[in-house]
Design a protein around this ligand. Structure first.
Ligand code: ACO
Length: 182
């Protein structure tokens, strides 16, 4: 597994992974907005499929429409989409990052991939974009993600946002301080 910066060539594969893994989906335009605005803040986890290395990628795409190969047999198995806060309405003027979306394809879970993606993203938001903290929303029923954020990465629950999700589920609003002296 390789963790690397996401590029425009990965967008379709990231969107596909998101559609597979989460009910919260976004337009390609919104992915592109992330990559163009904060090109160092989003990452993909990829693996090379030995059977496909060296094959013409367009013919591969036709055969396996559900899996996104981004070139030379490389397939995207996870992604993290990160950004800096750019909400003009916010009262908090502290520069801070936000994790818009994170997911790992089912057969690649529990291998530490999400942890690695998140750490790369947090590091970039802090070092490159000078984020003092990073925030995210997570479903209160999402045990796997809550374990990752709370226990592994030491995010704190700041508040509960009632009916944050379209189906009415509440979200935990979580934060992690990124200041080096904390
Ligand atoms: N139940 C309990 N703990 C779990 C589970 C689980 N199902 N899955 C992972 N964990 C724990 C791991 O044991 C590990 O803990 P440790 O540090 O104590 O050993 C920690 O979480 C990190 O595990 P990873 O292997 O890095 O996580 P993984 O690569 O499996 O990805 C993820 C976790 C992203 C939540 C994955 O399950 C997934 O894609 N789920 C569906 C999409 C999703 O829920 N995304 C997050 C939405 S919130 C948002 O996007 C901001």
């Amino acid at each position: 597994i390789t963790i690397r910066l996401a590029t425009v060539d990965d967008l379709q594969a990231m969107q596909n992974a998101n559609l597979n893994n989460l009910p919260e989906n976004y337009t390609l335009k919104y992915y592109l907005y992330h990559l163009l605005s904060w090109p160092q803040a989003s990452f993909v986890a990829t693996t090379t499929d030995p059977e496909l290395v060296g094959q013409d990628i367009d013919s591969v795409k036709q055969v396996k429409k559900d899996i996104q190969y981004v070139g030379r047999g490389e397939k995207v198995v996870g992604y993290v989409l990160g950004k800096m806060n750019d909400d003009a309405d916010t009262t908090d003027t502290t520069p801070h990052g936000h994790v818009t979306s994170l997911s790992v394809m089912r057969t690649y879970r529990r291998m530490g991939i999400a942890d690695k993606l998140m750490r790369q993203c947090l590091y970039a938001l802090c070092e490159t974009y000078k984020a003092e903290y990073v925030s995210l929303h997570v479903r209160e029923s999402n045990r796997a993600a809550l374990h990752l954020y709370k226990d592994t990465l030491q995010f704190e629950v700041i508040s509960i946002e009632k009916s944050y999700y379209q189906d009415g589920e509440d979200a935990y609003y979580m934060k992690k301080n990124l200041k080096l002296d904390d």
